[in-house]
Design a protein around this ligand. Sequence first.
Ligand code: FAD
Length: 348
Amino acid sequence: METEEMTDGEIRTDALIVGAGPVGLFAVFELGLLDLSCHVVDVLDRPGGQCAEFYPEKPIYDIPGLPVCTGQELIDNLLRQIRPFAPSFHLGQTVSEVRPAGDGGWHVRTDQGTAFHAGVLVVAAGAGCFTPRRPPIPGIEAYEGGSVLYAVRSIEAMRGKRVVIAGGGDSALDWTLNLHEVAQRVTLVHRRPEFRAAPESARQMLELAEAGRIDFVLGECAELQGAGGELSAVVVKTADGGRVAVPADRLLPFFGLTMKLGPIADWGLDLAEGRIRVDTEKFETSVPRIFAIGDINHYPGKLKLILSGFHEGALMAQQAFRYLRPDKKLLFQYTTTSTNLQKKFQAA
Ligand code: FAD
């Protein structure tokens, strides 16, 4: 496998996979079977794509050979399955720039400045970038990135801060529970006494509120007070029609995610119906050495199913090998009978 840090700071890899959803993860496996190295970038802070974000605890019944598993179980199994190939993950980063490298490969950069030289690019970006839903609070943009954060990248950065968390889902409740011992004060704001979050998290949160260790306010964040992008209070419209100003240094709104194609739309690839057009032999886009697999692609008869994405990844890997190892013969091998592959699986 070819993975090395180049002197000019670019990470050299056979394949760069954009998207760590189920299809991006299985692509690591298919490329790994052919001895091709992978780096994987995802804008989210954990692998799993839609399975982990939208239905981690719901059952899936149509994965071949697995009568039933939850979204998260499928992702955990895929992560186990690709362990022999030791892919590197670059999470919390958006692939923002793709330029031809002159040798057939690609220079790729993320919004965090991570740079790659990739022999092939595999776009497994699902429905595009998940972007946080912005609450309708006038002037919130002025506070974003500093006082208003849609994801917690560092718990330490919350130490000693007065933190208002808005929402009733798992993220809102998990962060309320995780931050209350670090922050000076945590206030959870939610418009209803019912929660979408796991019942156990809601129970623990209410117990902390009853013990006076956090505040729980029934209402909606209506106004931000502060100056120069620095928050001083969040005004909450309470369920009984009143308004209370909650002193705050940080507001963390957790109202779910929407999906946008994002920067991929600017990479010069042929699009159809907002997705990337590919052939069905190699799942290659209109640009050689850029592949698109999973929900992001479009071809006649496409089914947006996980099993379709797995098949697409297998055929993509064959063509990637032909580009990346032009001097080697592509051997078709069964995992059951290849001693070379079995050594790798046993070592892992
Ligand atoms: P995704 O899972 O969408 O993953 C794409 C990843 O790419 C995301 O993590 C995203 O953050 C990342 N990304 C996007 N753009 C960028 C960028 N520019 N830079 C960095 N990262 C980026 N399918 C089934 O087969 N069976 C089912 O039972 C089933 N049930 C479902 C239930 C629900 C509620 C939903 C919403 C979907 C269901 N699906 C089901 C569909 C299935 O989840 C999708 O087909 C599958 O997730 C597609 O996988 P993917 O890897 O192509 O994309």
